[in-house]
Design a protein around this ligand. Structure first.
Ligand code: AMP
Ligand code: GLY
Length: 425
């Protein structure tokens, strides 16, 4: 069958790498793709927010399955448009994508279905929100309701800071996304992520991971899309995984079913592991980036079979096999990221990193007129390595990173530190 993959990041390169290995995949198209994906697929310059253009492309090429990487096209109703045209698509419809697209939607669902999450109130004006914060006290967490590219959350340690964040939202810092604000109790604990593939009725675990959101070593500096990840996350023991599946994922599927929009796709649960047990911080409705770059390498089964089963409601009939080893990925980014950065620096040494056994997934890359690889984005490469432990995977990943020669780039030097500390104990 011919498959169209939507997106152009490291997540999508990892998906393309795995899709292309499937005997079921004849021709793979990527829209818009990147230089790494172009080695596996035909890249097409489609606007990923233009549903009509994507449907027309699928009809013209006879595409049998569309796999959507990022959240915006899901929230924008791409899966609804494809389904209406009779084209199989992997991912939730626009209604179900509200699990990521609206914090208020998710919090209300949690309240209705007794899913453990921080206590909250939502507001559509600043005075009421600030009055609540003054009564409630700090620390407290202020969140813009809608999609804000990871920038809409402030963990406020003082009431003043929380009030500033509320004003900021209602003054339009996040546009429409800040028209409503959720104010949440502060949760204390360690964060981890759990990924489940869902077919509307059934959920199957497809991995656990820990991300590194801050740009600097020792978790310092501003937040980013993610500077590295590893899988599995040893902190999520089997007992905790069972608890999350039973108390969080299963009731979420039941809740979405009850609302007439069964959830199909990836449920990515951002969790806080508190002393009282795991609590849901947020949902995403897609694979994580860079978490996908450590989950795909561990999947031994055919990804196309899994995605088809999820989109057709037959997950119970398939099984997934996993590599015993751990995987760890280091993100290499342009100097200046997540702020302003220069584009166009030449990158060398990717082949040498691959010769050492690493997988190098591209994000913001392209080829210049001389056919050299150049950096064209903030996050640029993801260097993934396997190991018998996270400690081993970390060593292998940094050895491979050492092969890459790129003047304009940098990476964190401590990806995996939590798990390495645990393994050292
Ligand atoms: P979110 O976009 O909802 O995942 O929030 C971004 C980050 O803010 C999370 O990864 C946490 O580090 C932090 N955060 C969000 N909600 C809370 C909370 N209720 N308590 C403590 N930290 C939080
Ligand atoms: N790595 C965080 C995310 O994909 O949202």
């Amino acid at each position: 069958m011919d498959i169209l993959l939507i997106g152009s990041g490291g997540r999508e390169h990892a998906l393309a790498w795995k899709l292309a290995q499937s005997p079921k995949c004849e021709q793979l198209y990527c829209a818009p793709g990147n230089a790494g994906m172009a080695e596996l697929a035909e890249c097409v310059a489609l606007d990923i927010l233009d549903n009509d253009a994507i449907v027309a492309f699928c009809q013209e090429k006879g595409i049998s399955l569309v796999v959507v990487g990022p959240e915006q096209p899901l929230v924008n109703g791409l899966v609804d448009a494809l389904s209406a045209a009779g084209i199989d698509a992997f991912g939730p419809d626009a209604y179900a994508a509200q699990l990521e697209g609206s914090k208020q939607f998710t919090k209300d669902l949690c309240a209705e279905f007794a899913i453990p999450t921080a206590g909250y109130q939502w507001f559509n004006n600043a005075p009421k929100a600030k009055m609540y914060v003054r009564q409630h006290g700090a620390p407290v967490v202020v969140k813009a309701d809608g999609l804000a590219a990871g920038k809409g959350v402030v963990v406020a340690t003082t009431v003043e800071e929380a009030c500033d964040a509320i004003d900021n939202c209602f003054e339009g810092a996040f546009g429409e996304a800040g028209a409503r604000v959720v104010v949440e109790d502060y949760l204390e604990g360690e964060e981890a992520s759990l990924f489940a593939i869902c077919d509307g009725q059934t959920a199957m675990l497809i991995g656990t991971a820990q991300d590194h959101k801050r740009v600097g070593d020792a978790d310092t500096g501003p937040n980013t899309g993610g500077m590295g990840a590893y899988s599995p996350a040893p902190i999520l023991t089997q007992k905790l995984i069972d608890e999350v599946m039973q108390d969080i994922i299963v009731p979420t599927l039941a809740g979405m079913h009850a609302r007439g929009h069964p959830f199909k796709g990836i449920l990515y649960a951002g969790l806080m592991l508190t002393r009282e047990g795991p609590q849901l911080i947020e949902y995403n409705v897609r694979f994580g980036d860079p978490e996908c770059q450590v989950i795909m390498p561990r999947l031994k089964s055919d990804l196309v079979e899994l995605l088809l089963a999820a989109s057709q409601g037959s997950l119970l009939e398939v099984d997934a096999e996993w590599d015993e080893r751990s995987a760890l990925t280091v993100v290499m980014a342009s100097k200046g990221y997540p702020g302003a950065y220069k584009k166009g620096h030449v990158i060398k040494g990717v082949e040498s990193a691959e010769e050492m056994g690493a997988l190098v997934f591209h994000a913001g890359t392209s080829l210049n007129a001389d056919g050299e690889l150049i950096a064209t984005g903030g996050r640029v490469l993801n260097v993934t390595a396997y190991g018998r432990s996270i400690t081993n995977a970390q060593a292998a990943a940094y050895e491979a990173v050492g092969q890459i020669k790129w003047d304009g780039g940098f990476c964190r030097r401590d990806i995996g530190w939590r798990a390495v500390e645990r393994e050292t104990e």
